[in-house]
Design a protein around this ligand. Structure first.
Ligand code: SF4
Ligand code: SF4
Length: 292
């Protein structure tokens, strides 16, 4: 019988709401069962070693699994980071387990586990760029993974999978790509560390309401016919494939059901795309027209 290759995966949660985990649990194909119990790619499967909300183990048993994976698979496991990293208060805003009765700050865990990982997937806008956790007044001084690793000189390859929450396909596709082809080539990532396969185009470029925008036919209320730009749609400044991928197993997406894109996958979300439900100051869109 052919040998199956196991890829250990540690899933760490920082300052977040667990919404990214919930989104992945709702994956339509492959499903979470396919991911956890079967081969994601023929001959290759993921071995989930630690996930605070999914694992049955707890306490010392769970922390031992975490430490053992880091020790025995140095340079060979995937670290999925969900939530931002609080850098203030020495663990007061987030810790995981204890050493000699002292709580271990989540920032220390991310640094240790990130430095020894094969690759890190920063899942969700908080993990990638700070997101909601880093929104003003940012009491815990939350940062995303790339900024955090840069500050410590950690050079482990990092892939950002933003979204609030991220689409399950963006995560499953990223993971499947790692198992199938190894680390992405530099040209496959954009300047914000995202895979161009999922974030290569503006939401606005593929939006079904785009013809209304070009004709300057704008909706006055959410749900009405017309482009939602005047109501605050951030599609013209947000890169993601939501209009063609669709959400909830291919049913619909934000502007498709009459709501605005709030720019949840943007590195600038939420502060710099706020107010979310007010028209963005006019933006010039190279090659694809200008907002009027
Ligand atoms: S502004 Fe929003 S609703 Fe209008 S075309 Fe662009 S993405 Fe679609
Ligand atoms: S359309 Fe915009 S707000 Fe909606 S999920 Fe995609 S990036 Fe996020």
């Amino acid at each position: 019988m052919a040998k199956i290759l196991d890829y250990p995966l540690i899933w760490l949660q920082g300052a977040g709401c667990t919404g990214c985990s919930i989104s992945i649990l709702n994956a339509a194909g492959p499903t979470i069962k396919n991911l956890l119990l079967e081969e994601l790619i023929p001959g290759k499967r993921v071995s989930l070693r630690f996930h605070s909300t999914l694992m049955a183990g707890c306490g010392e048993e769970a922390l031992t699994a975490l430490e053992t994976t880091r020790r025995e698979h140095r340079g060979g496991y995937v670290l999925v980071l969900e939530g931002a990293i609080p850098t203030r208060g020495n663990g007061r805003f987030g810790s995981l387990g204890e050493r000699q009765t002292t709580p271990v700050p989540i920032a220390d865990r991310v640094a240790e586990l990130g430095a020894s990982a094969w690759t890190v997937i920063a899942l969700g806008t908080c993990a990638a760029y700070g997101g909601i956790a880093a929104a003003a007044p940012d009491v815990c001084r939350a940062v995303g993974a790339s900024r955090f690793f840069r500050s410590l000189g950690i050079e482990t390859p990092l892939i950002n999978v933003p979204g609030c929450p991220p689409h399950p396909d963006w995560f499953m596709g990223t993971l499947a790509g790692l198992l199938l082809n190894g680390l992405p080539k530099p040209e496959e990532l954009d300047e914000f560390g995202r895979l161009k396969a999922f974030y290569g185009k503006l939401v606005h470029e593929n939006c079904q309401r785009r013809a209304y925008y070009d004709e300057k036919k704008f909706a006055a209320n959410p749900g009405e016919e017309g482009c939602l730009y005047e109501l605050g749609c951030k599609g013209p400044v947000t890169h993601a494939d939501c209009p063609v991928r669709l959400w909830n197993g291919g049913i619909n997406w934000c502007a498709g059901c009459g709501s605005m894109c709030i720019g949840c996958a943007s590195p600038w979300f939420p502060d710099l795309v706020s107010p979310l439900y007010e028209k963005t100051s006019d933006v010039t869109l190279p090659n694809i027209g200008a907002a009027g």
